[in-house]
Design a protein around this ligand. Structure first.
Ligand SMILES: [Zn+2]
Length: 233
């Protein structure tokens, strides 16, 4: 008697399970968007996990970085906390030049003095872009050997001898922190506080460029900040 009851239970469960499978099959047949939705949802989750990638030492599925070979992009004399501050503002609203989102992280200076601190390359790489941009002011784009493009904007000036196409090394001074940009007129300063806008651009397998949030990499790189002091001449 007892075993019959158990068998009945299994039978009932099987019937319910089969019904559920049939219902799911009908739903998917009728609404194929459900599958697409799930795929999309997974992609969104993947996008969110870029933060984990970067804090875990990965910029993407395949691109790895090691802070052993890299430096924080702003050199400081003394303690970093006394000179700089920054928050996770990636994806925030920006309105200059039309509505857009913030594709980077702004490293602010406490003294707000243009030219005060050197900007260094975070990695070994090649200077791909140099010169004035309406949004970025005096900007630099450096690509590392794995294809990651690092974007430095609003520089006060470039370090002497930095030219397009040249190789630079991690920790090499490439310019000085500033407040240039937000103008078609080259050399315009003062439209915002002195800071470095730091961006990271990757390219997917289809050749499409996309950005990731640099905040988490920066947090890691704080351990590798270069201590710099201007020589008194
Ligand atoms: Zn910015």
């Amino acid at each position: 008697m007892k075993s019959m009851k158990n068998n009945l239970g299994i039978y009932k469960a099987l019937v319910i399970y089969t019904y559920l499978l049939v219902i799911i099959a009908i739903l998917l047949y009728k609404f194929p968007g459900l599958i697409q939705y799930n795929v999309k949802h997974m992609e969104n989750n993947k996008a969110l996990s870029h933060e984990n990638y970067i804090s875990g030492g990965y910029l993407s599925d395949t691109t790895k970085f090691s802070i052993d070979d890299m430096y924080f992009p702003v050199a400081v004399d003394g303690n970093i906390d006394e000179k700089l501050y920054y928050y996770d503002t990636y994806g925030g609203e920006r309105t200059y030049g039309g509505e857009r989102t913030h594709e980077g992280c702004d490293i602010m200076t406490k003294n707000n003095v243009r030219g005060e601190l050197p900007i260094v390359s975070v990695c070994d790489g090649i200077v791909e872009k140099i010169g004035w941009l309406e949004l970025g002011g005096y900007r630099l784009g450096i690509r590392d050997k794995s294809g990651v493009y690092y974007y430095y904007a609003h520089l006060y000036r470039y370090e002497d001898g930095i030219t397009e196409g040249m190789t630079v090394y991690a920790g090499q001074v490439i310019g000085y922190i500033g407040d240039t940009g937000y103008s078609k007129v080259e050399g315009t300063t003062g439209n915002f506080d002195v800071h470095l806008h730091f961006g990271i651009y990757l390219t997917d397998s289809k050749g499409t460029e996309y950005t990731v949030n640099p905040y988490f990499m920066l947090k890691k790189l704080e351990k590798s900040v270069i201590n710099y002091s201007f020589k008194n001449q």
